[in-house]
Design a protein around this ligand. Structure first.
Ligand SMILES: [Zn+2]
Length: 255
């Protein structure tokens, strides 16, 4: 079985919001900072990028502070975005899928239900959902579909030895987490199945809920699967930058 290291790359932030954004319906008067991340799973033979950050153009439109283009961040750890072979999209929100055009050669793994919802279901264009959408995403996704690089996944599926996509709906219709074989056992990149570590600790969702029952089931599923609780990583927690060794500016080794 292949073993991997996992890196978190902060590509923008911090951004501030009410605490109720992080702990759903709680802590309204707190002010909380969150960062935007994507991740790299790598060993001597294989590199997989998890989520794509956002493109420079989208970062300008959205006025992202402290933005670093994902391809330049990757360059600092000797990864050329132009030749990355595998990109896993955890879900199709702009802050996770908006940089897809920076990975022109990669196979892109996404849950089929997630893809169908955002690309085909008119409900996805209703105001509450279009909050997450961006026209550029449509182009990103049609481009990979037309080039044959789109790999639609149905449920839990190992895509490479030691790397498994795990269906974990809740924050999105068919968000997928990524279970990775590491020196510490099975680690999981949960993406926005929790914005912060404390969502898992308190069994409490963050904001932006597509399916609350699914979310609670996903918490259980990921906690069962991970080798120990501290190996289950959230989507936006600044602790991913603060509590782990920094190997380049904004890049930390999680495992
Ligand atoms: Zn997110």
């Amino acid at each position: 079985m292949q073993q991997y290291e996992i890196y978190a790359i902060k590509y923008a932030g911090p951004f501030t919001s009410s605490g109720a954004f992080i702990m759903w319906m709680k802590n309204w008067s707190d002010t909380v900072e969150r960062n935007y991340y994507f991740w790299v799973i790598t060993n001597s033979t294989t590199t997989i990028v998890v989520d794509a950050g956002v493109s420079p153009q989208m970062a300008r439109q959205r006025k992202l502070v402290n933005y670093v283009s994902p391809d330049s961040a990757l360059k600092t750890i000797d990864i050329d975005a132009n030749t990355v072979e595998h990109v896993i999209l955890t879900h199709i929100h702009w802050d996770h899928a908006g940089g897809l055009s920076l990975f022109p050669e990669a196979s892109v793994y996404v849950q089929e239900k997630e893809y169908q919802f955002w690309m085909k279901d008119p409900i996805s264009k209703s105001p509450a959902f279009s909050f997450f959408w961006d026209e550029a995403l449509n182009k990103n996704l049609s481009d990979i579909e037309n080039s044959g690089r789109l790999k639609l996944i149905d449920g839990d599926q190992q895509i490479l030895p030691g790397v498994e996509c795990i269906l974990a709906p809740g924050h999105s219709i068919a968000l997928q987490a990524v279970a990775v074989n590491t020196v510490k056992g099975t680690s999981i990149l949960g993406s926005d199945c929790a914005h912060f570590f404390k969502n898992y600790q308190h069994n409490w969702p963050s904001a932006l809920i597509a399916d609350m029952v699914g979310w609670m089931q996903s918490f259980e599923k990921l906690k069962q699967k991970v080798s120990s609780p501290e190996l289950l990583f959230p989507g936006h927690d600044p602790l991913m930058s603060q509590n782990y060794p920094e190997i380049e500016e904004g890049i930390t080794r999680l495992v």
